[in-house]
Unconditional design. Sequence first.
Length: 393
Amino acid sequence: MNRFTTPWRALDLTRFPEDPREQLRAWDAADEYLLRHLAEGGADGPVELAGTVVVVGDRWGALATALAGHRPTQISDSYLAQQATRANLRRNAPGEDDGVTLLSTRDTPPDRVDVLLIRVPKSLALLEDQLHRLAPAVHEGTVVIGAGMVTEIHTSTLNLFERILGPTRTSLAAKKARLIFCAPFPGITRTPSPWPIRYDLPDGVGPVSGRTVTNHAGIFCAERLDIGTRFLLQHLPHREGPDRVIDLGCGNGVVGTAAALANPDSEVLFTDESHQAVASAEATFRANAEPGTKARFLVADGLSGLPADSADLILNNPPFHSHRATTDTTARRMFTAARATLRPGGELWVVGNRHLGYHLRLRRLFGACEVVASDPKFVVLRAVKTGGQEPTA
């Protein structure tokens, strides 16, 4: 837990799930800059936080928690960010937390937005999609302010604000953070979002060769099949019968859909912490699966809440970034949860960059790890859950 001093009060904030060993903070200089500007403003004084206040892309709830007294609506693609927001509100804003509305990027936004605060996401596509979705609610008097680190704000970022909402300028940099100020056009032209997009998969990727994939904005490699997933698709296990399969960190669902096509008797659970990803996975599966194939779709913190010893096969292409930080924390948690969720004899199949050394952690956790396939960049690993005492991760 870290202490975040805002212009209004000091907050004790954590990421989610809370980990005492975690060194990364639940806010950054862009959050600080934005809140300071709201409190101090310019020549006209503080920004008036009146009417409907909407906070988009709040990483861990620092903004929504600081502004809880103004009853903001938070819009987030991240289940983990939403859970962090709930925890931080309970800890820091008791009595005000029930006034904060938490929406996902797939929910219908408010009909009217008077103050729009946007943490610039890593994905330019997600920013584009959300600006299009919010534009109908923005009016000429809406205060629109974006915030991000200097490395996150590019000419293309500013062009999106300007093209979709109105004239845009930036602030000076402070602690490597920058603000974006946008003045909405009178009578903004409402244009639909270009997302989701669809593309046909190439040949040579197993059961999904030539199939169409649906991609909502913001998911990993939304405009093409990434080479790691392609490599895993080329080496999927051949299984038959009523398997319970999990596509863990499903993205657009192409891996789980391939498993379902290869074995229509299986039941596939698609799970991801991204609302955009799970919506993509469901669309991809519905467009390609054989009638009667069973599937479930879950936005969640990995495998949390799933019964132990309940899965036969887990397929995983774990991320190794958390916003701007490179970390194996998510992969470690995924592997540990996978072992608990697999039945004895169940298998975890993982694809990853060779240099990440996943085989070492899987050997410690499962007792053994087999290299199924490798090339100069990627490796596909297979770990089998055996009975007996739990290995140490």
